[in-house]
Each structure stands twice: as structure tokens, then as C-alpha cells.
Design a protein around this ligand. Sequence first.
Ligand code: 5AD
Length: 363
Amino acid sequence: MAADREIYPGSKKPPDHESIRRILDLSTTGEVQKTFQTAVHIKSREVGTGIYLRGIVEFSNICDNNCYYCGIRKSNRRIVRFQMSEDEIVAISLKANRQGIGSIVLQSGERRDKKYLDMVERLVRRIKKESKGKIGITLSLGEQDEETYHRWFRAGAHRYLLRIETTNKRLYRKIHPKGQSYNKRFQCLAALREIGYQVGSGVLIGIPGQTTDDLAGDVLFFREIDLDMIGMGPYIIHPQTPLAEEARDHDQKVQLDLGLKMIAACRIVMPDINIAATTALQALDPLGWRQGIQAGANVVMPDITPGKYRKDYFLYPGKDYDLGNTDPVAYLRFHLGDISVNIVPFKWGDSPHLKKSNRGFNH
Ligand code: 5AD
């Protein structure tokens, strides 16, 4: 394919560190657009043009962690903490399913107490049972021990998202307090895969002190650990966090562009996996989702958390848009414009990569 050859001239070899970094460093509009076109071309060939949906339920902002970038960190006393009831979470999931959302993501602050772990297990079982197995469940509940991951898998969750945040260990230490370690995070990803989850990960893009060399390393890491899914987004300054001061020179447009180039690079390096256009893109630009899809993403994750909680799930500014009573699929159609014809409602949307590896669940 002519377009592929422009990225790695004259050979079929997948891009190496240097060529990925070159993509991330592109600055002229023409070159960037050409790279996006290449990524979209590869996407259409390998995974098709369909846009798959995951409805995200952010069911609690109570968190035991203290990540320096995140607004719901434990030490932030300026937010109201909430926990949705199990009945509410089940009802929202079933309603979204009727509206066309085939798979949901349950996300919350990180907790490891027994009450919470039991609650999640019950929740997964109930959503499975009450949707008659129709709803696919992804968990995004942070670092847990292997036994917990097993329990939740047995209860019916089949995908897990856990971002590595950055693969530069020095940077990892800089943005996390002592006690949160890169190695632990990595071990969790390995355990999830071993148990049989479809595993997704991702990074924060444009952290103060992060270089395009670091990000190229992140992309190669994703390929090395053979991810099924990628969900990553630009870092956005949250004023009530320790990292904010250091990031004050950040330019939103630069952050957005880097986020889009990361999507394109990941698509070129990992042609047949699921890549999400994440909420952070949309928080930076009203056309963020659309641009993400046009840079190579094939998944969008509309937030289906009720409006009254959404403002308190304040990881970073700009993500508190309110759906009101609009149904999530109609909302997405509005935001995606003409490309919304490619939305594939009701499906779980497993990646061809997963099917090839024989770990698929046939939905
Ligand atoms: N900007 C962008 N993304 C953030 N996250 C947390 N804080 C921020 C921020 N300030 C992301 C982290 C985490 C995910 C749930 O939210 O990458 O893994």
C-alpha cells in the first residue's frame, strides 16, 4: 500500500522507535494529515470503518490513591464524594443497553476494602443476569490482587482497562506518590492477561517532562505486551492537584494534536486492535471524538453517569458535559456529524486481533 510505504519506506517492517518518534514530532499540517489518512486507511482495511460504543458508568469518586495529576485523589478535600447505589448502576446499564449501548465500562476511584470488592462482584453478576448476558462488561477499577481479578472475571466481566500512565519509570515516580509503583502496575496487567481478560491500557499524553521519545517507547510497550485495546488521552491540568503548577505553560491545542498523533501511531503499529477516542480529547475540543476517529480510533466511550454525579467525578476540567435526557447514541450522532453513519450500536465490538488470537467471545 503506497500510504504505508511512506511511513516505513521500502520495507514491510513495522515501524521502529525512531519512525514512531518522527510521527509524533510531525508539525506541518500537511504531513500530519497524511499520517492520519494512512492510519484511517489501515483501520478500514484491518478493523473496518465501524465505530463501536462503550457506555461508561463512573459509579464512585471515593479513592484511596493520591496520583499527582488526578482531581479525585484522596487528599483533595474540595470535592463531594459519592457512591451510586447498586440498583442505580444496574438500572442505568440496562437503560443504556436498550438505547443501543452493547457494552459498558464500570469505573470508580480505587478501593480495596472487602465491602467494595464484594459490591463489584454482585454488580457484575446482576448486570449479566438482568441483561440476560447481553451487556458486555469492562472493568476499570485499578490495581487489585489476583484473587479479586479472578472473582470479577468469574462473575462475568471480560475486559479490563488499566493504564500504565507512562512507561518511563522516572516519570512514573514523579507523578505518583511513594507506594504506587510501576512494577506493581505492570504485574497487574500481566495477571489480567493470564486470567483471560481482554486487556486495555494507555498513557497520559503530554505530562510535564515527557518527551516524544518517551511516548514512542510507550507505543512499543503496547505492542510488546500484545494489548487488545488502547484508551489514552492528553493530560489536562486540574488546578487542585500538585502537578498543575508544573504544567501551567501547557497549550491545549498542542496537547490535543499530540493525542491525535499518538492514536495514529498506535493504529499504524497495531493495525487490528481497538483504539478509543477518549473523553479527554472531547474535553479539549468539541470535535475531539470526531478527530480521534479520523486519526485512527474505532471506539467511543460515551459517559452514561447521571448528570447529578458527573460534576463530582472530576478527574480533570472539561469532562463534566451533561447529556441531560438525551440518549447516548443520539448524543454521539450529533457530535460525530456525518461519520456517525458508521456507529455500530448494540455490539460488544471485539477486535479482529482478539479473534485471531482465539481468545474471542463470539459476540
Ligand atoms: N488529565 C487527563 N487524564 C487524567 N486521568 C486522571 N487525571 C487526569 C488528568 N488530569 C486519567 C488517568 C486514569 C484515568 C481514569 O483518568 O490516565 O488512568
